[in-house]
Ligand binder design. Structure first.
Ligand code: FAD
Length: 455
């Protein structure tokens, strides 16, 4: 336990994944915390209604959960995924491990994780949770929140001393900061949307496809992925253009959906009994990258999580990055005690370049997952990279591992990844098969490249 600094009541806007973890960290530093959340308590909601996408939790996220001692409780509802299983158009499978033996990412349901975290938050006497509380406006000058109780439709003004905006990609707290002088803001949508679909459990609650993997159907301009659930089913997400020949706009009838899926995802269709219903009933959601700066307003307001840096989901890092925000903030609270000016400033200065790098990595991985993983030359390159990594472990950690299985700052991982890609551009013209890696001239080229790398 950290020694309490000056205790004060801190206000958190948003009781989502990052908000609930943040409340635990702030309470551990001796502060009283009030969390306002727009939605009703999801623990009271029927699990079927609250069904939601699965998220991939990896090392940065685990580390942040461990920091407040809740990793074990979360592990009980997580499924290890050791690698990607790619499904081609003929239904052939290729497995690509994510890292070294024993390294996995974990599938967790967003609703399940949020429920479990709220249970843990509620056990902390210093934290008060308020549901059905929608922030409509923040008055930064008066330090006052205009809150609507969505259950009673009553509104009231709530003063705050220090406010943490963790209210997601469409943050109301950020909205107020956007109207201050010299606040930079950009949002960028992909031309792709996503739709959630389901692969049903096999009889007896068995998993109809490999349980311990993230499944991908890469198809060039679009793709579908599937993550395992505890009950034997899989949550699928179709990432698909809004417009064009193969797009949401082009699929207007159940017959068109079935015909299209049967042609491009033939091995998945028999496992998706609700395909047509889900396709038309589930919403099509958009994919946005939000960048902004500063994240702090004086020493009174700080943005974290998606409110500060929403990214597209293709590296499975949005939540992990938000959780890592909590790890970083915790270190600063320990170091600076109650010097909030120093804490907020160091937080935004150290975190911003990493959030920007992660946003770029996420878009890069979209192209890789959608397109390049189906290219034999790319798969060969990945195999050669793992040979280099095995031969020169101190000089070469694959980019995916740097992002997923390390706590190296994202900006360093991205810079390393780009340097590695240039090396591969130089090597690959000399390599036609996996065995070519052992040819003396290739070995010499690799040795020369490695000699130039720090390690
Ligand atoms: P949110 O989860 O959005 O929570 C914000 C909370 O604030 C919500 O509870 C909301 O109700 C509340 N709120 C909003 N506005 C108000 C208001 N005005 N007043 C009061 N309360 C308010 N990340 C990963 O790490 N791995 C993955 O595999 C992954 N997959 C993803 C797949 C998809 C399709 C998407 C869209 C995202 C994915 N992410 C993933 C990203 C991840 O979902 C987010 O990064 C994460 O949820 C951010 O947490 P947060 O708490 O900052 O925001």
């Amino acid at each position: 336990r950290t020694r309490p600094s000056t205790p004060e009541t801190l206000t958190i806007m948003g009781g989502g994944l990052v908000g609930s973890l943040l409340s635990l960290y702030l309470a551990r530093h001796g502060h009283a915390v009030e969390v306002f959340e727009r939605r009703p308590d999801i623990r009271g909601t029927d699990p079927v209604e609250a069904r939601s996408i699965n998220l991939a939790l990896s090392d940065r996220g685990w580390r942040a959960l461990e920091g407040v001692g809740i990793a074990e409780a979360v592990r009980e509802v997580a499924i290890a995924m050791h690698g990607r299983v790619m499904h081609d158009v003929q239904g052939n499978l290729t497995m690509q491990p994510y890292g070294q033996a024993g390294q996995s990412i974990y599938s967790v349901s967003r609703a399940g994780l949020n429920r479990r975290m709220l249970d843990l938050v509620e056990q902390e006497p210093a934290i008060k949770l308020f549901f059905n509380q929608q922030c409509r406006r923040v008055d930064l000058k008066k330090q006052e929140l205009d809150m609507l109780d969505t259950a009673t439709q009553q509104s009231r003004l709530v003063p705050y001393q220090r406010l943490f905006g963790v209210d997601g990609a469409y943050s109301a707290v950020r909205g107020a900061m956007q109207r201050t002088d010299r606040f930079n803001y950009s949002q960028q949508y992909l031309d792709y949307g996503y739709k959630e679909l389901t692969i049903a459990a096999a009889p007896g609650g068995e998993w109809p496809i490999e349980k311990h993997a993230l499944h991908i159907w890469p198809r060039g301009q679009y793709m579908m992925i599937a993550l395992p659930n505890l009950d034997g089913s899989f949550n699928c997400t179709l990432f698909f253009p809004y417009e064009g020949p193969a797009s949401f706009a082009a699929l207007q009838t159940p017959a068109q959906v079935r015909e299209f899926f049967t042609a491009v995802f033939p091995d998945a269709v028999p496992l998706m009994p609700e395909l047509e219903t889900e396709f038309f009933e589930n919403p099509t959601s958009s994919l946005v990258t939000v960048r902004c700066f500063p994240w702090a307003h004086q020493d009174e307001v700080l943005l974290l999580g998606d409110a500060a840096h929403a990214i597209v989901p293709f590296y499975g890092q949005g939540m992990n990055a938000g959780f890592e925000d909590c790890t970083v903030l915790n270190e600063l609270l320990t170091r600076h005690g109650h010097d909030w000016t120093a804490i907020f400033q160091e937080f935004e200065d150290s975190r911003k370049p990493n959030a920007d790098a992660m946003a770029d990595l996420a878009v890069y991985n979209f192209e890789e997952m959608r397109d390049r993983v189906a290219d034999p030359r790319f798969l060969l390159q990945k195999k050669i990279e793992s040979q280099i990594s095995a031969q020169y472990p101190h000089k070469w950690l694959p980019l995916y591992s740097q992002v997923t299985f390390s706590s190296l700052p994202y900006a360093e991982a991205w810079a390393n990844g780009q340097a590695q890609e240039s090396i591969m551009q130089r090597l690959m013209p000399h390599i036609q098969t996996e065995a070519d890696y052992q040819r003396p001239e290739v070995q010499q080229l690799v040795a020369d490249e490695m000699a130039r790398r720090p390690g």
